[in-house]
Design a protein around this ligand. Structure first.
Ligand SMILES: Nc1ncnc2c1ncn2[C@@H]1O[C@H](COP(=O)(O)OP(=O)(O)O)[C@@H](O)[C@H]1O
Ligand SMILES: [Mg+2]
Length: 278
């Protein structure tokens, strides 16, 4: 069941101006623990939105609500301008919400094609249609400009961290994803692989997909994100265009929940990188 929000405005607002997904006043209680308090967040198409915050800020709870794993205690999810309810991950999947979790959930003993089609295999005359799956997997990786994989018949166990991330992302977008959520996509990667994965994230957004990237890594955020949203102790303390934030103000928002004064670069103390959670 869904109801249109702001129906009277719908004629004046084109669909590209309406965020693909908006969170409005999302609150989540776990018994006495208030994990999220009145969180608002807009996730537009064709842009990378970085969701930042210190450990325990509420990033995972937020993405689990968007992925249909948990339901909010209060507040609304608004999808393409319509209020929706998500009860299961399957419902989120049907809308086109695809989440790449930190552990990637790939099967090491299977090859790239098998991983990408796991649970959604193409059949032909009741048999696996290996040829179509193989060519589709190859095309999806090529469309995403993933060029470092030698063969789609390689076992996933033999891939580098960046290649594994690329396969997980390819699997996520393969089934018409409109929103791809990535949880710390570069946390386990070296410099070159990080650059490749950030490039892949940019490609997703350039193809019109809405990307929500959970990240502690401010270099990643500043190099690939269009928008930033900072959670602090379950509250959304700042949301906006990433160009409006400098490193110091992001660190300050993440650690204190407040932005503080804008300090010129030359007067600024060195930035301490915050380690990703494990
Ligand atoms: N299943 C749960 N039961 C009780 N409290 C939870 C549960 N999951 C998360 N929390 C609490 O919600 C808050 C936010 O957690 P989380 O979203 O995991 O933070 P982050 O991902 O930003 O590190 C924390 O205080 C955490 O202890
Ligand atoms: Mg988390």
């Amino acid at each position: 069941m869904s109801t249109t929000v702001g129906e009277q405005d719908s004629d004046r607002v084109t669909s590209s101006q309406v965020p693909l997904l908006s969170l409005r006043g999302i609150t989540k209680h776990f018994g006495p623990v208030q994990a999220l308090q009145g969180v608002d967040l807009d996730i537009p198409r064709g842009q990378v939105t970085a969701l930042c915050g210190d450990n325990g800020a509420g990033k995972s709870v937020t993405i689990k609500i968007i992925s249909g794993i948990w339901q909010q205690t209060h507040g609304d999810l608004v999808w393409e301008g319509e209020r929706i309810e998500l009860h299961t991950p399957r419902e989120a999947d049907h809308l086109g919400i695809s989440t790449v979790y930190q552990d990637l959930a790939l099967c090491d003993n299977l090859d790239i094609v098998q991983n990408m089609f796991l649970g959604h295999e193409n059949l032909r005359h009741h048999l696996l249609d290996e040829i179509s799956m193989e060519s589709y997997a190859r095309k999806t990786l090529a469309d995403l400009s993933v060029t470092t994989v030698r063969s789609v018949r390689q076992l996933v166990a033999s891939l580098s961290g960046g290649q594994r991330q690329a396969v997980a992302v390819a699997r996520a977008v393969m089934r018409d994803a409109k929103l791809v959520i990535l949880d710390e996509p570069t946390a386990a990667l070296g410099v070159t692989q990080t650059a490749q994965v950030l490039q892949l994230i940019r490609t997703l957004a350039d193809r019109g997909i809405a990307v929500l990237m959970v990240s502690h890594n401010l270099n990643d955020v500043q190099s690939v994100a269009d928008r930033i949203a900072v959670l602090h102790l379950g509250r959304m303390v700042s949301e906006g265009d990433v160009a409006e934030y400098d490193t110091q103000s992001i660190v300050q928002l993440m650690t204190t929940g407040e932005r503080g004064e804008v300090v010129p670069d030359r007067l600024r103390p060195p930035v301490v990188e915050i380690a990703p959670e494990v």
